[in-house]
Design a protein around this ligand. Structure first.
Ligand SMILES: *Cc1c(COP(=O)(O)O)cnc(C)c1O
Length: 385
C-alpha cells in the first residue's frame, strides 16, 4: 500500500468543531440538553419546517418515522432495490414487509413505472432514497403516493441541503431523515435528524426516540429548577408505549452545529470536485458517470462511475494508492433480504458496473487529477485488462 493513499471519504473536521466541543465540556453537560435543542432549531429554520428531531443515527430516524405511524403488522413498504441496508431494515423492525422496487439505470433511484407495478393495496408507505445525493423524481412520486394514501419517508442520508425543483430534499414527503455518520455530507460521529410538519406525530416522534417517556427530559429538568416546583412532581413520567434509546446528545449536537454552519462549503466543494471529475473523464470510452449530475443547488455525496470491467478497475486503482468501493449491492442479494426478492432486472444488471471514487470536501484538485489520470490510463488500455 502506498504511503499517501487517497481515502474514499474523509470528514472535514477542524478547530471549528473543537471550539464548539469545548463549550459543552466546560459546562460538563454532554448528554441530552440545550445544544440538541439549538441544533434542532437551526434545522427547522433552514428547512422551513415546523419540527426537527435530533437522533443518534439515520437508521433511528427512519425507524422512528415509520414506527409512529403504527401500521398494522404485515403491511408492505416500497423500498428501492439499491440502497443502504438500513432503508429496508427499519421496515422489518416495524413488523412490516419490504417490497423492493427496481431502479432507473441512469440514476439508481426508484423507477416510477416499477413503483406503480409493485404497488398493491397492502402498501402503507414508501421510502424514496436520494441515492448518492441524486434527487428522486419527487414531482411524480408525491402526487401518486398521495392518491394511494401512502406515507412518504424520504431517506436523505446521502444528501443535506440539496434543492430539487425549488424545494429542499427532505421536505417533499411526510418525513425527511438525515444521517451524520462519519462518511456522510456532514458528521457528528454518528447521528441523525428527522424533519417534519406533522403536528399530530411530533409528540410521538420525540417520545419514541426517548424510551417512550411522555415528558421531555429537558422540560422536566427545567421544572425541577423553577419556583413552582414544589407543586409538581418534576421527576414523574409515564411510559404508555415502548420507545427506544435513540436521542441525540449535546456532544454530538455541538459538533453538528459547527458542521451545519459550514453546510454550503461542504456541498460546494464536493460540487466543484465533481465538475473537475467530469471534465477530466469526459473523453473516456469505457467509463460513464452513474448519475446525470445536476450540479445547481446540489448536495451530492458520491462520485460514482460505471465500468464494464469494474473489478479490474478497482484493483488497478488500489495498485495506485486510490481507495474505491461499490455502492451498493442490491438488497435482495443479501441473505436476510432474499425472501423478499422481486423482479429487479435493472438493479441486478447495473450494480455489477458500479465504482465509487474518492470524494470529500478536502480532497485536493491535484488528487482528482491524479485519480482521473489513472482512470484514463485504464480506459485507454481497456482491452488489456
Ligand atoms: C448511511 C445511510 C443510512 C444509515 O445512516 P446511519 O446514520 O448510519 O444510521 C440510511 N440510508 C442510506 C441511504 C444511507 O446511505
Amino acid at each position: 500500500m502506498k504511503k499517501n493513499r487517497i481515502r474514499l471519504f474523509k470528514p472535514a473536521l477542524s478547530n471549528k468543531e473543537i471550539f464548539e466541543i469545548k463549550k459543552v465540556f466546560s459546562k460538563s453537560w454532554v448528554g441530552y440538553g440545550p445544544k440538541v435543542k439549538s441544533f434542532e432549531k437551526m434545522w427547522s429554520k433552514f428547512f422551513k419546517v415546523k419540527h426537527a428531531v435530533g437522533v443518534n443515527s439515520c437508521t433511528a430516524a427512519l425507524h422512528t418515522a415509520l414506527a409512529v405511524n403504527k401500521f398494522k403488522k404485515g403491511k408492505k413498504v416500497l423500498v428501492p432495490a439499491i440502497s443502504f441496508s438500513a432503508s429496508a431494515a427499519v421496515v422489518i423492525y416495524c413488523g412490516l414487509t419490504p417490497v423492493f422496487v427496481d431502479i432507473n439505470e441512469d440514476d439508481l433511484n426508484m423507477n416510477f413505472e416499477d413503483l406503480k407495478r409493485k404497488f398493491s393495496n397492502d402498501c402503507v408507505a414508501i421510502i424514496p432514497v436520494h441515492f448518492g445525493g441524486h434527487p428522486c423524481h419527487m414531482e411524480k412520486i408525491i402526487p401518486w403516493a398521495k392518491k394511494k394514501r401512502l406515507t412518504v419517508i424520504e431517506d436523505c442520508a446521502e444528501t443535506c441541503g440539496g434543492i430539487y425543483k425549488g424545494k429542499k430534499l427532505g421536505t417533499w414527503g411526510d418525513y425527511g431523515c438525515f444521517s451524520f455518520e462519519e462518511k456522510k455530507i456532514m458528521t457528528t460521529g454518528d447521528g441523525g435528524m428527522i424533519v417534519t410538519n406533522d403536528e399530530k406525530k411530533i409528540k410521538n416522534l420525540r417520545s419514541f426516540s426517548f424510551h417512550g417517556w411522555d415528558k421531555d427530559p429537558l422540560l422536566r429538568h427545567k421544572k425541577s429548577l423553577s419556583k413552582s416546583s414544589g407543586k409538581i412532581n418534576h421527576w414523574d413520567y409515564d411510559i404508555k408505549e415502548l420507545g427506544f434509546k435513540y436521542n441525540m446528545n449535546d456532544l454530538m449536537a455541538s459538533i453538528g452545529i459547527s458542521q451545519f454552519k459550514q453546510i454550503n462549503w461542504l456541498n460546494n466543494s464536493r460540487t466543484n470536485l465533481i465538475k473537475l471529475y467530469m471534465t477530466q473523464l469526459r473523453n473516456c470510452k469505457n467509463i460513464k458517470f452513474t448519475f446525470p449530475y445536476e450540479l445547481r443547488n446540489a448536495s451530492y455525496w458520491m462520485l460514482s462511475i460505471r465500468c464494464k470491467k469494474r473489478d479490474q478497475l478497482i484493483k488497478y486503482l488500489r495498485k495506485h494508492g486510490i481507495a474505491s468501493s461499490v455502492h451498493l449491492k442490491p438488497l435482495p442479494l443479501l441473505t436476510v433480504y432474499k425472501k423478499y426478492k422481486s423482479k429487479i432486472p435493472n438493479a441486478l444488471k447495473t450494480w455489477k458496473e458500479l465504482v465509487s471514487l474518492p470524494l470529500f470536501p478536502e480532497l485536493k484538485k491535484t488528487e482528482v487529477k491524479y485519480i482521473t489520470n489513472i482512470v484514463k490510463k485504464f480506459d485507454q488500455n481497456f482491452k488489456n485488462f
